[in-house]
Design a protein around this ligand. Structure first.
Ligand code: PYC
Length: 323
């Protein structure tokens, strides 16, 4: 898209942003000045962002303004009347369905802006509305969308590894969850873990393994025991754009909870403490909703900055650096 087309598309010259991190994973919320996506359902507005404003997405999260690790969110008016705000998350390669760490960061952002008080609120997302509760000490609980296991113990052939088995589960995004992988989940090993999980994603792709309705499995999650007495398990999560999640991943923890409940390893109401590869922790509990589980994921987020991004029309790198 040329700069002239961007202008005629109503691309802004600048936007206001608030940055935060949740367990080490950064979130950048565009709080004002973003493109007008109309007033339809959030799923429709997400498609509009994807189809008509992809350069805007890229400009907000990619270098030189952002990084591949950054998850962005466009704050919009909700379409659901009981919601205080609507949010469309995106990252370095496209739009997301939902984002757990991002929702915790968004709650901290809304509190920072004085737009919500402590207590319980609802947010509209492209995959359904979610609850947030703001606690003391920067902690936030997110009542996520109903989560479930779609396929159990599926075996794929991973290049350089051989057969590998895992579960496919939905936690607001599609995950392939693997317990038995032979990898060491430690922060010093993230390059190797990233390469390994990318090969798993390629194998899923090659073998045509998807979530329900052909949904792409774009998140890969490995688990291992932890020696941290404050956690039940440590994970490594590969995100769609190739970066790894510094947090334990809210939607990934939700998918894990659904599998644990389905296996009878966790009872509704019991707490699961998921540690990330860098050592941050989310606590999660679930309640049954038919054959699905509604997870509540609790973590803490800190606002790290606030400001304005400029998109100078003469800047040749206005739309970011795509690699
Ligand atoms: O916390 O759900 C999450 C998430 C998805 C991608 C990065 N974080």
């Amino acid at each position: 898209m040329t700069v002239e087309t961007l202008h005629s598309h109503g691309w802004p010259d600048s936007v206001r942003i608030v940055d935060s991190h949740t367990g080490g994973e950064p979130t950048r919320i565009v709080v004002s000045g973003g493109p007008d996506l109309g007033s339809g359902k959030l799923a429709e507005r997400r498609e509009r962002l994807r189809d008509e404003f992809d350069d805007f997405r890229a400009a907000v999260v990619l270098e030189p303004r952002g990084t591949d690790v950054l998850v962005g969110g466009l704050l919009v008016e909700p379409s659901e009347p009981d919601c205080v705000a609507g949010i469309i998350f995106f990252n370095n390669v496209g739009v997301l369905n939902m984002c757990g760490h991002g929702t915790i960061g968004l709650a901290a952002t809304l509190a920072h802006l004085g737009r919500v008080d402590k207590g319980v609120h609802r947010l509209d997302t492209p995959v359904g509305s979610v609850g947030i509760e703001l606690h003391e000490n920067n902690e936030v609980s997110v009542e996520n969308v109903p989560s479930y296991r779609f396929a159990r113990n599926l075996t794929i052939e991973v290049e350089g590894h051989g057969p590998l088995s895992g579960d496919v589960a939905w936690g607001g995004n599609w995950f392939f969850l693997v317990e038995d992988h032979g990898q060491v989940i430690e922060v010093g090993n993230v390059e190797r873990l990233s390469d390994f999980t990318r090969r798993i994603r390629s194998a899923l792709d090659r073998e045509g393994v998807t979530g329900a309705d052909g949904g792409e499995i774009d998140h890969i999650e490995l688990f291992a025991p932890t020696d941290n007495p404050a956690a039940d398990s440590r994970n490594f999560v590969l995100c769609p754009g190739g970066a790894y999640d510094r947090s334990p991943c809210g939607t990934g923890t939700s998918a894990k909870l659904a599998c644990l409940v389905a296996d009878g390893k966790l009872s509704p109401g019991e707490t699961w403490r998921q540690e990330s590869v860098i050592g941050s922790i989310f606590e999660a509990t679930g309640k049954l909703d038919g054959d699905k589980v509604i997870p509540t994921v609790r973590g803490s987020a800190y606002v790290t900055g606030e400001g304005e991004l400029f998109f100078d029309s003469t800047d040749p790198l206005r739309t970011g650096i795509s690699t």
